[in-house]
Design a protein. Structure first.
Length: 360
């Protein structure tokens, strides 16, 4: 099936919002908390894979990594093996939605490509397939799980809205597309307290036998069943939160716990400048876990490709800054220009060192 028959180069891909790991980013008010208590929240398993989007106007279909539409010949994590099936499914979803929304122009589905390895004696490996991410085993094949649907009406990106979770899941089920199933539905406080560290539920959902080894899920995502919004200094957002087990946290306090504790003990009785504290908080975000997650956004990087490696360094640098700024932007801006530049240079050096070491 040719999913790119027409000229759709003018389409603009709207990336899925980055899901925060901290409540601090939301700057919640008492009014926000009251709104949270009025609706049920859903907990779903967070899949350790690669963010992947699908967009259609009912006729043409395009696929995207986290940042942009993919070229038709792109080999982004072997998505080509799924594209015909996914194209049929999203076009069917578009037709269903268009019967009740006559101004509908485009539908975008957001989800996660995952899988590629499943070490079970009764499950044959697939020789040409590589795991998208390591640390959790899901399937020997590349699979796709959808978790959100956005709608663009009247051809205006500003009128882009999201379907409620329950409506989106019903649509996924209706067309045979795997959707993020609920682990729990209930009050906000209970969703926030949901216990992590459980074995992944995804293999069983795919009909695969349980592994003999521990196979912990990366974490959970919690969000309201019915779409609500929170006003923040950076604009209106949907309150969605991800909570990861320590092994998948994107800073080095877990991965280098002893070193971090020793470092903190050494400075307990010393005055540490704001510049030094902020520099430490920034550099602990430069980890291999974060690097792997950045790679998952753009596809595999090859050691011999210098241009790709440099792009990876810059993307890692940008990702660290984005996470750092969620909590420390105002403090960082209070530093002098020279101090800011010094920290930025150190961050860039650490990012380059990590990328160089990754390929060695």
């Amino acid at each position: 099936m040719d999913t790119l028959k027409g000229n759709v180069n003018h389409w603009t891909y709207v990336s899925y919002e980055k899901i925060p790991e901290s409540l601090n980013r939301w700057n919640l008010t008492e009014s926000d908390y009251r709104a949270f208590k009025k609706t049920d929240w859903v907990v779903t398993e967070k899949i350790h894979g690669a963010n992947f989007g699908i967009t259609t106007d009912g006729s043409e279909v395009r696929f995207a990594n986290r940042k942009e539409f993919l070229q038709p010949d792109s080999d982004f994590f072997d998505y080509q093996s799924l594209k015909d099936k996914l194209a049929v499914q999203i076009q069917e979803i578009f037709r269903i939605l268009q019967t009740e929304r006559h101004q509908l122009r485009k539908v975008s589905i957001y989800g996660e490509l995952f899988g590629g390895e499943y070490p079970h004696p009764d499950v044959p490996a697939i020789s040409h397939v590589q795991a998208i991410q390591t640390g959790v085993y899901y399937s020997p094949k590349i699979e796709y799980c959808a978790f959100d649907i956005s709608l663009e009406q009247n051809g205006n990106l500003t009128e882009r809205t999201y379907l409620d979770y329950d409506k989106a899941l019903k649509l996924f089920q209706q067309v045979g597309m795997m959707g993020a199933e609920a682990l729990f539905i209930g009050k906000y406080s209970a969703a926030l307290a949901y216990s992590i560290g459980f074995d992944s539920t995804i293999p069983a959902a795919l009909g695969l036998p349980k592994l003999q080894q521990v196979n912990k899920a990366e974490g959970i995502v919690i969000k309201p069943i019915k779409t609500i919004y929170v006003e923040t200094p950076k604009g209106r957002i949907r309150p969605i939160l991800k909570i990861k087990i320590p092994e998948f946290m994107e800073d080095s306090r877990f991965h280098q716990a002893t070193k971090w504790v020793e470092q903190k003990l050494q400075i307990t009785n010393q005055y540490l400048s704001l510049e030094s504290e902020l520099c430490q908080e920034m550099l602990v975000l430069v980890t291999e876990t974060r690097l792997n997650n950045v790679i998952s956004k753009i596809g595999r990087i090859y050691a011999h490709d210098k241009k790709q490696k440099q792009q990876l360094i810059e993307l890692l640098f940008k990702d660290v800054l984005e996470t750092f700024n969620e909590e420390y932007e105002s403090l960082f801006n209070s530093l002098s220009g020279d101090n800011q530049q010094t920290i930025m240079q150190q961050l860039h050096q650490d990012c380059q060192k990590l990328v160089d070491g990754y390929f060695k």
